[in-house]
Design a binder for this molecule. Sequence first.
Ligand code: BYC
Length: 358
Amino acid sequence: MYGNDFSAPNGAPDDASGGLLGEVEAAEAELRAAAARGRCVGPAPDEDLAAYFTEVVDAEQKIEPRDWMPDAYRRTLIRQIAQHAHSEIIGMQPEGNWISRAPSLKRKAILLAKVQDEAGHGLYLYAAAETLGISRDELVQLLLDGRQKYSSIFNYPTLSWADVGAIGWLVDGAAIVNQVPLCRCSYGPYARAMIRVCKEESFHQRQGYEILHTLAHGTPAQQAMAQDAVDRWWYPSLAMFGPPDGDSTHSAQSMAWKIKRFSNDDLRQRFVDMCVQQAGILGLRIPDEDLRWNDERQAYDYTQPDYDELMQVISGNGPCNRERMAHRRAAHADGNWVREAAAAYAAKRAGQKETVAA
Ligand code: BYC
């Protein structure tokens, strides 16, 4: 089915080459080429480490865990990667809500696989964050204590089966638009994790698109359900890209460090332009009376999401914040015996190895 990278509206097979998946592949090729070129020469014994760091970033090489990096760069990466990892884990809840009620065995199997993928993405991301000198346990505790954030989008409820389609099409679609440029992030472990995540997200987006396509071409009740889901998820999806550029505290520095490659507003615009075309093929309406093509800007004018609502949701007052965190805390507590058993087993194995070595 069509995805972000679809090019043919009439059922022809997907052509990924000109689309976002093509950009992921280009980023992967760039990573391999950079690795083959070897690193910049390396700082001379008396060279300024900060100057060398800038040189590596400017040369489009990757900063690796062993390299010196400014403390603020490390902190920014920990904040962003952890927030991203937490989002993947909390993001399993709204869709997990529909696993037991999926309308067919096929839909259930697909949804199970997707939700499981999100857990995998969380793990790649926690592993990438750990290379910066913080443990996964510490990061999870920061989430549970409410000291680190996760994406605003997962604080909205999934009220109907069509919401699973809307999450795939819009939420995963927004995630891909945001994350494809992160495949070219200056920090190597994050960039490499993103390549894998984006390839999988592309499937997720397609499954959502396909659910909505089926509903939008079904009975009038199914069409109405699909439209209702798009109406509710459209603006929260636009808000996923963060505050407008003028209010974005981190963008300028993150872009200078080549962590972020585009501003929040640039990516939001890209997402809108992509969705308009896809909504047309789906036969669903984007709930924005002011949406229209602007010839001068070669982009769509659109209504901004409610940023006051975004700030409310981010600060814990969204429709489902309390429920999501209560569920996560309970799941963490329920899993305690597994962590204890794994630790006891690891200690036993380590003891056995020591005995054999002696
Ligand atoms: N939600 O200066 P700004 C997924 C915060 S996973 C919550 O622009 P930045 C998926 C921001 O953290 C989706 N908080 O920040 C999973 C900052 O607060 P602090 C997650 C938000 O970092 C499962 C403040 O607002 N994706 O798609 O330069 C199933 C000022 O913002 C949000 C990622 O995490 C928000 N929407 O830019 C399906 C991608 N927006 O930390 C799908 C990686 C802003 O100063 N992250 N804030 O207290 C990023 O690309 C960037 O962190 C953002 C924000 C674009 C999100």
